[in-house]
Design a protein around this ligand. Structure first.
Ligand SMILES: C[S@@+](CC[C@H](N)C(=O)[O-])C[C@H]1O[C@@H](n2cnc3c(N)ncnc32)[C@H](O)[C@@H]1O
Length: 291
């Protein structure tokens, strides 16, 4: 017989939280306690209401059923970001879905470096492979004198980026266009080009966590046989996209620093080629200037 009353109905939050944590932990989820907390916060809408979770509060039938569904999806290793349909990046709450890469904390390093490049002056920014719009929208939010273009091959990803721009009231300064890496040439020149392109070696994808290999868009992950396909396509385009003296800033895989430096050496219109490391000392950002 299938029980139609969810087991958590009437249970106190303190117990529920412990049980969810244990279930997620058993499913192999490393951050189980934090994720359980996020699920309960979403269920009780604590952020919007400004209230803390009360451990003595109990769940009604509808909340119990909703939590059971969330927990089961997460046990199947669907990313928490997909279950919650939103994710924090930089200072922004972004809508996310299966059609976009969930923005990663390491990409915030790229945003930091881009902000050092952008001053208070007006600037025109290009984000290649914009996905949810995370990088472009973070920069536009920080720099009110900027405007930008986000390009992506995926129409579904662009729908998410446009919705995010609208929700954040940045849509008057952001334009999104569908197409390949060279699709924004008609909008050139730019003061800054940013990109977090797909850079995972094709054969490595099947070894990644299920959250990534089963649920994130392959177009956002697959960097080809050596992971460098996108950089090979992007680098020559910088001669056409960047104003003289302007800079590009790309995210790279943690072991790709030497390889992208070699690729860049072949382009004599570039100077000040440099790598930036993350807090763990791994190269994660690659920059150069159009001389
Ligand atoms: C790693 S994701 C980055 C998403 C977002 N910028 C971020 O940092 O969270 C790479 C993005 O590049 C897009 N992409 C892949 N190949 C592309 C191509 N040839 N032209 C344009 N966009 C492409 C994917 O659809 C995906 O949204």
């Amino acid at each position: 017989m299938i029980a139609d009353t969810p087991s958590w109905a009437g249970a106190k939050l303190a117990i529920v939280r412990r049980t969810v944590t244990d279930r997620l932990h058993d499913a192999g989820i490393k951050e189980a306690p934090i994720e359980a907390r996020h699920m309960l916060d979403a269920l009780f809408n604590t952020e919007a209401s400004g209230h803390w979770l009360d451990p003595d509060q109990s769940l009604d039938n509808a909340q119990a059923a909703q939590l059971e569904a969330m927990c089961a999806r997460r046990e199947a290793r669907e990313p928490l970001s997909h279950i919650l349909s939103e994710w924090g990046f930089w200072s922004l709450d972004l809508k996310v879905s299966k059609d976009v890469l969930t923005p990663r904390p390491e990409t915030e390093r790229l945003v930091e470096i881009a902000l050092e490049t952008l001053g208070p002056k007006p600037a025109h920014i290009l984000d290649l492979g914009t996905g949810s719009g995370a990088i472009l929208l973070a920069l536009l939010a920080e720099c009110p004198n900027t405007k930008g273009v986000g390009v992506d091959l995926s129409p579904a990803a662009l729908a998410v980026a446009r919705a995010n721009a609208e929700n954040l009231k940045l849509d008057d300064r952001a334009e999104f266009i569908q197409g390949n890496w060279d699709s924004a040439l008609a909008y050139a020149p730019f003061d800054l080009v940013v990109s977090n392109p797909p850079y995972i070696v094709s054969d490595v994808i099947e070894t990644l966590e299920p959250e990534v290999r089963q649920f994130e868009p392959m177009l956002a992950l697959d960097g080809g046989a050596d992971g460098l396909d996108a950089y090979r396509a992007l680098l020559p385009l910088m001669a056409h996209y960047l104003k003289p003296g302007a800079r590009f800033i790309f995210e790279i895989g943690a072991d790709q620093g030497d390889a992208v430096m070699d690729l860049a050496q072949g382009h004599d219109f570039l100077n000040k080629i440099s790598l930036f490391a993350d807090l763990a000392g791994r190269d994660r950002v690659f920059c150069a200037t159009h001389c």
